[in-house]
Design a protein around this ligand. Structure first.
Ligand code: NI
Ligand code: MN
Length: 224
């Protein structure tokens, strides 16, 4: 069984029993995060892109846990220069890690840290314990989500719904249709006033097309 814990914004913890993997660990400055970075134990940290609300507390957590950080190449080089054990990948590439497989997908967005260019943003498909979890990162809707859904049986799709910087609700509902995912999980809403959309509206709209949506409460978990 795979346990997925939502820390608000785009921050997730994926636990298999043997391994704990963090995705986009933004705790400091994330008003929905109930955990502190110092509470978190993780052997691996996966980053979708370099924006501050995604890299978050990576350096602190990675150094304390000696976590391996998996990120797009430019961001991995930067994190290595800050003393992290970082592994660089790029779009379309897959690699096996001790916990399972990571595949980076396209995402239409930008990626910079402190104004410095940090390569391309990505989405990620994490295959662990027989489940495929797609974390879209920050992205617009794109038609290749159909291809992602054709090539992978997506058990859970983690999709931004906050609009302004990413897909809004209606585009994310279309993404659910394209991905043909078993469940959709909305993220990237409500953290800042500019992304204050309603996850329950997303859930209603996803259900209206015959699909399943789970709104995970902040700090809450589901079993996949
Ligand atoms: Ni971003
Ligand atoms: Mn973001």
């Amino acid at each position: 069984m795979i346990k997925i814990t939502y820390h608000g914004h785009s921050a997730f913890e994926i636990g298999s029993g043997d391994y704990n993997i963090l995705v986009d660990p933004f705790f400091s400055g994330n008003k929905h995060a109930k955990a502190k970075p110092s509470d978190i134990e993780a052997g691996f940290i996966i980053l979708t892109h370099a924006h501050e609300d995604h890299v978050g507390d990576t350096i602190e957590i990675a150094k304390r846990n000696n976590s391996q950080v998996i990120a797009t190449n430019e961001l991995a080089i930067y994190l290595s220069s800050k003393g992290c054990n970082a592994h660089g990948m790029n779009i379309g590439g897959s690699r096996n890690f001790p916990f399972g497989k990571v595949r980076l997908t396209i995402a239409h967005h930008s990626s910079s840290l402190g104004g410095a260019y940090m390569g391309e943003p990505a989405g990620v498909i994490i295959s662990i314990g027989g489940k495929n979890i797609y974390h879209a990162g920050d992205t617009s809707l794109f038609l290749d989500m159909k291809l992602i859904g054709e090539m992978h049986s997506i058990d859970a799709a983690i999709l931004p719904i906050g609009d302004n910087y990413t897909m809004g609700i209606d585009d994310a509902v279309k993404a659910v249709e394209f991905l043909n995912c078993k469940i959709a999980i909305p993220v990237h809403f409500g953290t800042f006033p500019v992304i204050d959309t309603d996850p329950d509206e997303f859930k209603r709209k996803v259900e209206s097309i015959g699909r399943k949506c789970v709104v995970i409460p902040f700090g809450g978990s589901i079993d996949l």
